[in-house]
Ligand binder design. Structure first.
Ligand code: PMP
Length: 330
């Protein structure tokens, strides 16, 4: 019989798939690493598992303890899943702009969700930051993973994502492309690939236009999970050889093409990363092997990038577009 002992044993070892239609006419082989096939549905399962196990080993997280983190996204799902299996409580603090669907996913795993007003400054006692700090202080046995500063975040990618990419490509990977949020993925997997290849593998960050990584100030953009308005401790500035900035419009257009033409229903940051990978691949040759990491699936974005009204409202589709024209528009 072939089965896993626990769902957490299924984290990682995600497959690579060739991009056919989108990479048509380009010389290099372009491969996508499909992180939505992790059991919690995103790349963040990797960091959740490693941060929790490191905190158990150091004694920061004790049996029956409570994980408190200000997150509503993929990291929350990963933490909630790992906590459920390992018998910890979870309290997530999120701003009120977070959709009910997202909150319900966290609750489904048994997590508590505390909602805070968006329209208050960070120093306000009701802000998302103040409330999470207060909960950590008040709850007995509380532990805050702090994904933006926790070295186990990049370490998880150094020890899992990086070696998987090297093994899966028989050491033939020449370029690794990943979106940058906390920077954990690019810093950890990128460092591993540079070390094992003696610097031969080039590492390319993809960033929303306006974010600090590509020289912006943090101007708002709509792609979720990537880009920042500050420099997190988890981002190692010495790893990326290049950062490619991608507009929301291009990110969302490529995201839709991934579903339409490749059968990959993925999130907007995947379209952003693939847009950067395709731009890069145009300058490369037939010996090159480009791997682009796709962080999550598209189900969480059905009301946004996959919704024609939403896309039209932001000017990403003509206002009169109907379902029948989606493919044509792109
Ligand atoms: N895409 C999505 C959807 C994410 O949730 C994240 C994590 N914030 C990223 C990309 C970027 O990954 P990292 O934090 O490792 O830089």
């Amino acid at each position: 019989m072939d089965y896993a002992e626990h769902v957490v044993d299924l984290v990682g070892n995600t497959p690579l798939v060739k991009l056919n239609s989108l990479a048509d006419g380009l010389s290099p082989l372009v491969l996508a690493k499909v992180e939505y096939l992790n059991p919690g549905g995103s790349v963040k399962d990797r960091i959740a598992l490693r941060m929790v196990e490191a905190a158990e080993a150091s004694g920061e997280l004790r049996p029956g303890g409570t994980i408190v983190e200000p997150t509503s996204g993929n990291t929350g799902v990963g933490l909630a899943m790992v906590a459920q299996r390992k018998g910890y409580q979870c309290v997530f603090v999120c701003p009120d702009k977070v959709s009910e669907d997202k909150r319900n996913v966290l609750k489904a795993y048994g997590a508590r969700v505390v909602v805070c007003p968006t329209a208050v400054p960070p120093e306000h006692p009701d802000s998302y930051y103040s409330v999470s700090d207060r909960l950590v202080a008040e709850i007995d046995g509380a532990w805050k993973p702090n994904q933006y500063a926790n070295p186990e975040n990049p370490a998880s990618h150094y020890h899992s994502t990086g070696p998987e990419l090297w093994r899966q490509t028989d050491g033939r990977i020449t370029h690794f492309v990943a979106g940058v949020g906390t920077g954990g993925t690019i810093s950890g997997a990128g460092r591993y690939l540079k070390e094992i290849s003696d610097g031969r593998v080039k590492v390319i960050g993809a960033d929303p236009e306006g974010s600090v990584y590509s020289g912006g100030t943090g101007r708002p953009y709509l792609v979720e999970g990537v880009g920042e308005d500050f420099w997190p401790q988890t981002y190692d500035r010495s790893i990326a050889d290049e950062i490619i900035a991608v507009s929301d419009a291009e990110s969302f257009a490529v995201t839709r093409r991934l579903a339409l033409e490749e059968g990959l229903l993925v999130g907007g940051s995947c379209g952003m990363a693939v847009a950067a990978a395709l731009r890069l691949a145009k300058r490369l040759g037939p010996q090159d092997v480009v791997v682009v990491l796709l962080p999550d699936g598209g189900r969480g974005y059905l009301g946004k990038v996959f919704n024609d009204q939403w896309m039209s409202a932001y000017g990403f589709l003509p206002a009169d577009s109907s379902d029948a024209t989606v493919g044509d528009v792109l």
